[in-house]
Design a protein around this ligand. Structure first.
Ligand code: GDP
Ligand code: IMO
Ligand code: MG
Length: 436
């Protein structure tokens, strides 16, 4: 049985939720390893749409277990809301959802600090999802975070919380001129939700290790994407966790030698939400057309996503960072009907072609994309289920993406639903990863 990581190769929203849902049947456990409810993973099953933020998309399969690993940050209110949404949809989580007691808690002061910081940044704001993600990871790294396990001891929790709120109040009042927060109110609200959260809490590293030892297979569901990774992405316009494949090990406590491969998800074009450099960004008619056809609005915040051509430099770089075993291309159908489709094959900076993805964001924001032009196709691809039936122009576009990125394409997604997908059966890489 294989243990496989799903990773976003661009700036998030590549369609990870759909692909996780699609291949979950081949695994026993699905585990989230980083991020929090900044993620929005959409899964469409027949005429029902689910948007998962914290809980792995695998939860929609009634016979699978799901893990929220230690690398995830959890807002108890967001978790509560998501559990309620699932319960109302008739999806039960008891006995099959396990939450790490080492996962850090997002508390109201994280959101308050983030809001104040973003306001102060003004035009230089990151454009975060305002979920308190960054400040929560800051506290984790500063060794003053509160974790799920802390909820087991209300008195100790109250004491620690009181210290933290005092510290944040000084920051809010003296630096940001923002209102103070009330410890007692935060304590009471958190404690109301504690019993439910604790009913799922366990040492998930031990759980996963036991499952793998018993021959079970684990699918690691990444959130965000390579360019939003705090180390490897377009820093500082990133999220505050390791969204790349390495994060799966630190974020769950599963060692690297137990993982068999990495599936990279890429959109057939590029999108980005929030601020930061985006070399292939489009403006005008084509951008609007892609945004509307692709419904490119944030699954968490509803913000319109910035849209651009496929950037092979970005996805090739994701190949390097994540060591992709195979590539999934999603939303090819969104390009139906365009006369011309472009692919960025390289960057030029001050007249010179760059050999590597730049680490300096000033340079990235000034590069000129070098484009190749490809003919579009006028066919509706969303109804096609066989690779050979795709228009010739679509097939050559896919071949070129694969060649430029340096990875085999094994799945092509042509719509939000499970059946709007072509799985290339001859892909030996995929077969090896999904073997029973
Ligand atoms: P994630 O964050 O990577 O899981 O992606 P999101 O769910 O935020 O965004 C992907 C959006 O595209 C969702 O609305 C999906 O339902 C939709 N989607 C996924 N795959 C396809 C596809 O192949 N074609 C089209 N048209 N929509 C898709
Ligand atoms: P999924 O898992 C797209 C972006 C935000 C902002 C930056 C930092 O659905 O692909 P944060 O709130 O994380 O501190 O914001 O990261 N961002 C995402 N963009 N998809 C996501 O998740 C994202 N999660 C965060 O827009 O630019
Ligand atoms: Mg998303």
């Amino acid at each position: 049985m294989s243990n496989v990581i799903i990773v976003g190769t661009q700036w998030g929203d590549e369609g990870k939720g759909k692909i996780v849902d699609l291949i979950t049947e081949r695994f026993d456990v699905v585990a989230r390893y980083q991020g929090g409810h900044n993620a929005g993973h959409t899964v469409c099953i027949s005429d029902r749409q689910f948007i998962l933020h914290l809980i792995p998309s695998g939860i929609l399969h009634a016979d699978k277990c799901c893990v929220i690993g230690n690398g995830v940050v959890i807002d108890p209110a967001a978790l509560d809301e998501e559990l309620q949404m699932l319960s109302e949809a008739g999806i039960f989580t008891e006995g099959r959802l396990f939450i790490s007691n080492r996962a850090h808690l997002i508390l109201p002061y994280h959101t308050a600090v983030e809001e104040a910081e973003e306001r102060l940044r003004g035009a230089k704001a990151i454009g975060t999802t305002s979920r308190g993600i960054g400040p929560c990871y800051e506290d984790k790294m500063a060794r003053r975070g509160l974790r799920v396990g802390d909820l087991q001891h209300p008195d100790r929790f109250r004491q620690k919380l009181s210290d933290r709120v005092e510290q944040k109040n000084r920051l809010l009042e003296q630096v940001y001129q923002a209102p103070r927060l009330d410890v007692q109110a935060i304590f009471e609200r958190t404690m109301q939700r504690a019993p439910q959260l604790l009913s799922f809490a366990t040492d998930t590293a031990e759980y996963l290790s036991g499952a793998i030892n018993d021959g079970k297979s684990v699918l690691f569901e990444g959130a965000q994407g390579t360019q939003l990774d705090v180390d490897h992405g377009t820093y500082p316009f990133v999220t505050s966790s390791n969204a790349t494949a390495g994060g799966a090990c630190t974020g769950t406590g599963v060692g690297p030698s137990r993982i068999n491969g990495v599936i990279g998800i890429a959109k057939a074009y590029t999108t980005r939400v929030g601020a930061g450099p985006f070399p292939t960004e489009l403006r005008g008619e084509i951008e609007v057309r892609i945004r509307e056809k692709g419904t490119e609005y944030g699954a968490s915040t509803g913000r319109p996503r910035r849209c651009g051509w496929f950037d092979a430099v970005v996805v090739r770089y994701a190949g390097l960072i994540n060591d992709l075993s195979t590539l999934v291309i999603t939303k090819l159908d969104v390009l139906d009907g365009l006369d011309e489709i472009r692919i960025c094959v390289a960057y030029k900076y001050r007249g010179e072609v760059l050999r590597f993805f730049p680490t300096d964001m000033e340079i990235l924001s000034q590069v000129d994309p070098v484009y190749e032009s490809h003919p579009g196709w006028q066919t509706d691809t969303s109804q096609i289920h066989d690779y050979d039936e795709l228009p010739q122009a679509a097939r050559s576009y896919l071949n070129r993406l694969s060649e430029l990125v340096g990875a085999d394409i094994s799945i092509i997604s042509l719509g939000p639903n499970r059946d709007e997908t072509i799985i290339l059966e001859e892909s030996s890489r995929l077969k090896a990863l999904l073997k029973e």
